[in-house]
Design a protein around this ligand. Structure first.
Ligand code: TXA
Ligand code: MG
Length: 334
């Protein structure tokens, strides 16, 4: 259940990306500690996925409800096969997009070392092979699946830089490996491959278009009440998420007095105050907008504004993920 009690405060070690630092991060994870590390999507908060005590501390540090399962991160496709059962289609997706910003939800292997708490008791397991040299080196050092949700307090904006992680979790986690800004900036795409269907549970770093091109067909529709907290297919799809402090509205055509403008492209809409505007991409480049999304959301939240107005962003390519995150930031708070 959600824990609003503050976790204990203790010093968070700052680690770099030297071989010694990576070895230390791997050893800390293997001994049950919580270590934040960079991936190509966002920073993850790592914990030993095979150790229920470490996973319990992870849920507590994030303030995350226990019904929301975690992604097991592994260093290679071979390691993924020891953890989950991959259909032909799942194997094709893995070969095409791993390492990379894709998470596959597959039936858990009987031999899977990922503990039940990390899977929130589900018979399935979410697996990802990240495409980041530091992340992969840490995973190899740890030598086991590492659960790594985005390294933010549950419900907050995800972290694309080490300082974002520390703003949320300094003093509650054991260490952070600072590998600079995340290249992609939004989380992985999550696909469920539990039977013959392939459903999109979360748009992300790999676009729907690329997946459909590989499969040679459209993705299947998701037939569950996606906002029901106990929906077994999509337990994490709570409507309000990725939320800045200020209210946010999407597809704003003009900006009201006192509103901060989260812009995409130029010219700025009528009413935008240059001093209260952050542009995700002046050239209307979606990849650049994704990279800037969480940094700008955090920054605009600090300006003297009454609310945030985001200008229209196309929903194609990685734009689908950007619009998904902004809609969740705009959803009524639960
Ligand atoms: O890019 C990413 O995926 C980042 C980096 C750190 O790898 N991680 C990340 O984790 O975004 P997190 O915990 O913030 O989001 C994981 C999502 C949650 O919405 C969770 O509900 C869903 O994955 N998930 C995990 N296991 C699942 C399962 N067995 N079935 C359905 N959804 C699952
Ligand atoms: Mg998250």
């Amino acid at each position: 259940m959600p824990t609003d009690r503050s976790p204990p405060v203790h010093p968070t070690r700052r680690l770099g990306t030297t071989a010694a630092a990576i070895a230390e991060a791997g050893a800390l994870l293997a001994s049950g500690k919580l270590v934040a590390f960079p991936t190509e999507t966002v920073y993850g908060l790592g914990a030993d996925a095979t150790d229920p005590a470490a996973i319990a501390r992870l849920y507590q540090a994030k303030g995350r409800p226990h019904f929301n399962p975690l992604i097991a991160h592994v260093a290679s496709i071979e390691a993924a096969h020891a953890t989950g059962i991959f259909s032909e289609t799942a194997q094709r997706l893995a070969r095409a997009f791993w390492p990379g910003p894709l998470t596959l939800v597959v039936p858990a292997a009987e031999t899977s070392a990922v503990c039940e708490l990390a899977r929130a008791g589900l018979p399935s397991v979410a697996i990802r092979v990240p495409d980041h040299p530091v992340a992969v080196s840490i995973l190899r050092r740890a030598g086991r699946p590492i659960a790594a949700p985005s390294a933010n307090r549950s419900g907050h904006v995800s972290p694309s830089m080490a300082e974002h992680v520390l703003a949320d979790l300094d003093g509650t986690i054991d260490a952070i490996v600072d590998g600079g800004a995340a290249a992609i900036g939004v989380e992985s795409t999550i696909l469920a491959c539990l039977d013959d269907t392939v459903t999109l549970l979360r748009p992300g770093g790999i676009s729907r278009e690329r997946i459909e091109t590989l499969l040679g067909r459209k993705l299947d529709e998701l037939h569950v009440a996606v906002d029901a907290a106990d929906a077994p297919l999509a337990p994490g799809r709570l409507a309000s998420h990725y939320a800045p402090r200020h209210a946010l509205r999407l597809d704003a055509q003009n900006i009201y007095p006192g509103e901060g403008c989260l812009a995409f492209g130029l010219p700025l809409p009528p009413g935008a105050d240059a001093g209260l505007t952050l542009n995700l991409s002046e050239t209307a480049n979606l990849a650049e907008a994704a990279t800037n999304l969480y940094r700008h959301l955090r920054k605009i939240d600090e300006l003297p504004i009454v609310a945030i107005a985001a200008t229209p962003i196309p929903g194609t390519g990685i734009g689908e993920a950007i619009r998904d995150r902004l809609s969740r930031a705009a959803a009524p708070r639960t």
